[in-house]
Design a protein around this ligand. Structure first.
Ligand SMILES: [Zn+2]
Length: 132
């Protein structure tokens, strides 16, 4: 088992139309990262991939599951198990300094109602890999 700290994937700002395409390109990104790490860390097969997805990232876990097998086919992660964990959104209020759990991107501060600055939940990363 190997951890890939810092293997954050680039996400576009905000939500995009054409969600399915968006997930497919993210998965292609994941595949490239896996192939890079396979070379540098000398493994040849991935049997399980755990992805962590922020709830504010607009990524659909179902679309990822749907696309995973297709994108990984023919790669070192063909047939790998996909596990998706979700990370809560969290925002910090500039006005009162409190943190609020965010369900959607434009949730206001639960203490004073002001807009929040997102501090967690916009990201997607490869959290864990099981390799052979
Ligand atoms: Zn506040």
């Amino acid at each position: 088992m190997t951890n890939l700290p810092g293997a954050n994937l680039h996400l576009p700002e905000g939500c995009m139309a054409g969600i399915a395409m968006h997930e497919l390109s993210l998965l292609e990104n994941v595949r490239e990262i896996l192939e890079d790490h396979a070379q540098s860390q000398k493994f040849s097969k991935v049997s399980r991939v755990t992805l962590e997805i922020g709830k504010l990232s607009c990524i659909e876990p179902e679309a990822l599951r749907f696309g995973f097998d297709v994108v990984m086919k023919g790669s070192l992660a063909e047939g790998a198990e996909l596990i998706i964990t979700e990370l809560n959104g969290l925002g910090r209020c500039q006005q009162c300094g409190q943190n609020t759990v965010m369900e959607v991107l434009y949730d206001p501060c639960s203490h004073c109602g002001r807009p929040l600055t997102v501090v967690q939940g916009m990201e997607m990363k490869i959290k864990d890999l099981v390799v052979i």
